[in-house]
Design a protein around this ligand. Structure first.
Ligand SMILES: Cc1cc2nc3c(=O)[nH]c(=O)nc-3n(C[C@H](O)[C@H](O)[C@H](O)COP(=O)(O)OP(=O)(O)OC[C@H]3O[C@@H](n4cnc5c(N)ncnc54)[C@H](O)[C@@H]3O)c2cc1C
Length: 269
């Protein structure tokens, strides 16, 4: 059972994606599915959950944004330094029989979607993929179309118009939906972005899966830290990837999440 096993792995490669995001690569057969996450343990510091952003037969990558104390320590790591990895855990994206899919990513959320894109190109080559990626400005975009099969159609949006379309990922998504070009949406990124995407998926009656990140402690469904109102389901086991129908039953979705002590933290636009 994977819950019990911690693999102590040296960092094989580090790529600096932008000023705030780095991808750490490890040589290990992880066998994760897109949307699943692992725990990265820094002995003496803490352990934190991170989605799998890249995976090949014998390698995987975690794309990490520096936000607080633990990610600051992770950013100080060098090639060859060892960390503990547990997992993979959680639910994953399932495109089913969809033929025209849209992947909509913001921030580090684009990384697990690029894993989904790469896997879909390999296993379902007849599926058309529109990959919509948004950022505040050009320097924060880190996905490079040249790293992918040319079959993926990329759309970039920036708030300041420094690259791609000026505006939001949801503007591009709505255009594609209104042209009847999409039958499944996978999204990962800021919760308010995902909330708006669910609204569009409802409006255009399109299947959609989101990734709902909640503060996690045990990751195996025991502690109850990551339960969501009012259903009480655990995002570490029944999530983080959930479908539109379930997301719409979660009253806190797009409104608030909880900190480590269970305190409510409101999302602000
Ligand atoms: C399923 C899942 C997948 C994630 N994937 C990624 C990823 O691919 N890349 C990435 O950069 N980040 C990811 N995160 C968020 C990441 O775990 C936090 O950013 C990180 O733990 C921050 O730690 P810190 O000490 O640097 O910052 P802190 O100052 O401790 O926290 C900053 C914010 O990070 C979040 N956070 C902190 N600890 C946890 C925790 N134990 N569980 C959930 N959220 C936490 C909270 O929203 C908090 O407000 C993921 C979280 C979840 C739940």
């Amino acid at each position: 059972m994977k819950y019990e096993k911690i693999n102590i792995l040296p960092i094989k490669k580090i790529v600096e994606n932008n000023a705030f995001i780095k991808t750490f690569y490890f040589e290990h057969q992880l066998e994760a599915r897109p949307g699943q996450f692992v725990w990265l343990w820094l002995p003496g510091i803490s352990e934190k959950p991170f989605s799998v952003g890249y995976q090949s037969n014998n390698e995987f990558g975690l794309t990490i944004c520096q936000v607080g104390n633990v990610t600051k320590k992770i950013f100080e790591l060098k090639i060859g330094d060892k960390v503990g990895i547990k997992g993979p855990y959680g639910t994953y994206y399932e495109i089913g029989k969809s033929k025209n899919i849209a992947l909509v990513g913001g921030g580090y959320g684009s990384a697990p979607l690029s894993f989904l894109a790469a896997k879909t190109v390999k296993n379902n080559p007849d599926v058309n993929i529109s990959f919509i990626i948004g950022a505040q400005t050009k320097n924060l975009l880190f996905i490079k179309p040249e790293d992918f099969n040319q079959k993926i159609k990329f759309y970039f949006t920036t708030d300041d118009g420094s690259v791609g379309t000026k505006g939001r990922v949801t503007d591009v998504l709505e255009k594609l939906l209104s042209e009847n070009k999409i039958d499944y949406i996978a999204t990962c990124g800021p919760e308010l972005m995902q909330f708006k995407i669910i609204e569009l998926a409802e409006k255009y009656k399109t299947d959609c899966q989101i990734s709902l990140e909640r503060y996690m402690k045990c990751s195996c469904g025991i502690c109850g830290q990551c339960v969501v109102d009012p259903l009480g389901i655990r995002m570490c086991t029944e999530g983080p990837v959930i479908n539109k129908e379930l997301a719409l039953k979660i009253s806190e979705f797009g409104k608030y999440h909880r900190g480590p002590a269970g305190d409510k933290i409101l999302f602000s636009a």
